[in-house]
Ligand binder design. Structure first.
Ligand code: ADP
Ligand code: ADP
Ligand code: ZN
Length: 214
């Protein structure tokens, strides 16, 4: 099962992708997490990506596409995966379609988690992230058991540099310009399913399970 998550920054793609990965036993691949891991490790890729991420801009396709292709070529991806944060541009989607098509494969589901812009700033300012395991929490909607500590792995939680309101506004603009057209792209490919992302996390997940099958 090959799945792509679509939706604005903060729509809940990562939250739902983690649940999908757990339930269906496929890897959760987040390009944002891969970039953040590289920044933390101080790699050259990380340094390059950080300059764009801090401005709320997309990391250029030349960097991102190759990185994602390498990742989905790894052995744990043979039975499928859930992509979170990729593709984010039409050229990224075309590269993915092409690479899969060459092997007679395709994206089975593009799940669009639909949340209006008005709700996004609120979600992002309350988001707390674990840079060790990629879990995200929310100070109101998804509180942790012990303040500042990841429930899943025990690492320290952070407020992401790019979750400041000014940067979030820029990221929303970039989303509307460059990423939203993917809704149409996957619609034409016959893979699009839309869920109402303003529901509770559990209800959003139930809507997704209804689509993917129990
Ligand atoms: P969110 O889902 O909250 O927007 P992500 O963790 O997916 O955040 O992405 C954080 C940042 O990483 C993006 O704003 C962008 O700069 C960069 N990034 C992640 N995925 C991609 C991608 N597929 N193409 C280009 N840039 C990306
Ligand atoms: P994305 O990966 O799309 O950027 P996240 O999964 O990181 O989004 O979610 C953004 C923030 O909103 C996080 O703080 C998360 O805990 C919270 N969140 C996710 N889904 C919901 C929901 N259905 N209702 C309320 N808050 C949510
Ligand atoms: Zn963690």
């Amino acid at each position: 099962m090959k799945i792509v998550m679509l939706g604005a920054p903060g729509a809940g793609k990562g939250t739902q992708a983690k649940k999908i990965a757990d339930k269906y036993g496929i890897p959760h691949i987040s390009t944002g997490d891969i970039f953040r891991a590289n920044i933390k490790a101080g790699t050259e890729l990380g340094m390059k990506a950080k300059a764009f991420m801090d401005q709320g801009q997309l990391v250029p396709d030349e960097i991102t596409i190759g990185m994602l292709m390498d990742r989905i070529g790894e052995p744990d991806c043979e039975k499928g995966y859930v992509l979170d944060g990729f593709p984010r541009t039409i050229p990224q989607a075309e590269s993915l379609t092409e690479a899969l098509g060459a092997r007679g494969e395709k994206i089975d589901y593009a799940i669009n988690v639909d949340v209006p812009d008005e709700n996004i700033i609120n979600r992002m300012s309350g988001r707390r992230a674990c840079l060790s395991c990629g879990s995200t929490y929310h100070i109101v909607y998804a509180p942790v058991r012990k303040e500042g500590i990841c429930d899943r792995c025990g690492a320290q939680l952070v407020l992401r540099d790019d979750d400041k309101p000014e940067t979030v506004k820029k990221r929303l603009e970039v989303y509307h310009d460059q990423t939203k057209p993917l809704i149409d792209y996957y619609g034409k490919a016959g893979a699009l399913c839309t869920v109402d992302g303003t529901q509770s996390m559990e209800d959003v997940f139930q809507s997704i399970v209804n689509i993917l099958g129990a």
